[in-house]
Design a protein around this ligand. Structure first.
Ligand code: MG
Ligand code: MG
Length: 258
C-alpha cells in the first residue's frame, strides 16, 4: 500500500520541490503589511505557470474548474491553521501567515508549507512558530531506515507538548508521489490508532511531513466556507512542511530548493 519510489522518481519529485520553493521564496518577499492574500495567490500562480508546473490545490480534489478548493495556495493567517482561502484580506504587521504550496512537474508532486512572521510578532506567537519549525527539523533529523514513524512522531509531540503547545490531530501529513495524497497518513502525535497503523521507514518511502501546532488548545474547527480550519479558541497556529524521501543515510529533503 505504501508505494516506494525509485531514485529516478525521487529526482522528479525534487524538480517539483524546486518549483514549490521558488513559490515560497517569492511569496515571502511580497508578504508585507498591506498586500492582500489574493495578490500573494496570484503571484504564486504566475510563478507556477512560468515554471511549466501545475498547481495541486486549485480545484482539488476533482480538478474540475469551479469545484473544490478555489485558490492556488492555502493561506492561513493567525488563528487559521490550514486550508485558508485567498481573499481581499490585507496582511497586517504582527500577522503569522501560513503558506502551503503543492505542484506537479512531469507527473510528480512536491508539497511544502512555511509560516511567515510579518513585522513585530508577539513573543509567545513567535516562539510557537519557532517550535513548529523545530518539530519539522526534529523529524528530518530522525527519519532513517529501520525506524518506525511513531518513534519520530513521539519526539515531535514531546518537543511541542513539553513547551505547552497543542498538536493538531485532525490534520496530518501524508505519503506523496505521482499523487499529492498517497498512503500512509503521517501523524504528528502518537495514539493507539497511529501505533496500529505505524509506518516502517524504508528506503524509497516519500512523506510530506507537516507539523501543525497551536498556542492554546489543540482543538480546531472548519469554517462555513467548508475549507478554512481555525483554532476553536482563536489563538494562533503555525504550520511547516517538507516533502522528504527516506534514503539509506536518513532524510533527503526534496522541497528545500537544493
Ligand atoms: Mg502542503
Ligand atoms: Mg501536505
Amino acid at each position: 500500500m505504501v508505494k516506494l519510489k525509485t531514485p529516478e522518481q525521487i529526482e522528479k519529485m525534487r524538480a517539483a520541490g524546486k518549483v514549490v520553493r521558488k513559490v515560497h521564496n517569492r511569496v515571502a518577499e511580497l508578504c508585507k503589511p498591506g498586500i492582500t492574500t489574493r495578490e500573494l495567490d496570484d503571484e504564486a500562480q504566475r510563478v507556477i505557470d512560468e515554471s511549466g508546473a501545475t498547481g495541486l490545490f486549485k480545484w482539488y480534489p476533482t480538478y474540475k474548474p469551479g469545484t473544490g478548493f478555489p485558490a492556488t495556495l492555502c493561506i492561513s493567517v493567525n488563528e487559521e491553521v490550514v486550508h485558508g482561502i485567498a481573499s481581499d484580506r490585507q496582511i497586517k504587521d504582527g500577522d503569522v501567515v501560513g503558506i502551503d504550496c503543492g505542484v506537479k512537474v512531469d507527473g510528480w508532486c512536491g508539497d511544502a508549507a512555511n509560516t511567515i512572521l510579518v513585522g513585530d510578532v508577539k513573543d509567545d506567537v513567535r516562539r510557537m512558530c519557532e517550535a513548529t519549525q523545530r518539530c519539522l527539523e526534529i523529524a528530518i533529523e530522525n527519519v532513517r531506515p529501520g525506524r518506525k514513524w511513531s518513534q519520530v512522531a513521539r519526539l515531535m509531540q514531546k518537543y511541542a507538548e513539553t513547551r505547552g503547545y497543542g498538536v493538531v490531530r485532525e490534520f496530518v501529513g501524508h505519503g506523496i508521489g505521482s499523487s499529492m495524497h498517497e498512503e500512509p497518513k503521517v501523524p504528528n502525535y502518537v495514539s493507539r490508532e497511529t501505533l496500529r497503523d505505524d509506518i516502517d521507514l524504508r528506503e524509497g518511502v516519500v512523506l510530506a511531513i507537516e507539523p501543525m501546532l497551536t498556542l492554546g488548545s489543540r482543538r480546531v474547527k472548519t469554517l462555513s466556507d467548508q475549507w478554512t480550519v481555525v483554532t476553536e479558541d482563536g489563538k494562533a497556529s503555525a504550520h511547516y512542511e517538507h516533502t522528504v524521501a527516506v534514503t539509506r543515510d536518513g532524510a533527503d529533503v526534496l522541497t528545500d530548493g537544493r
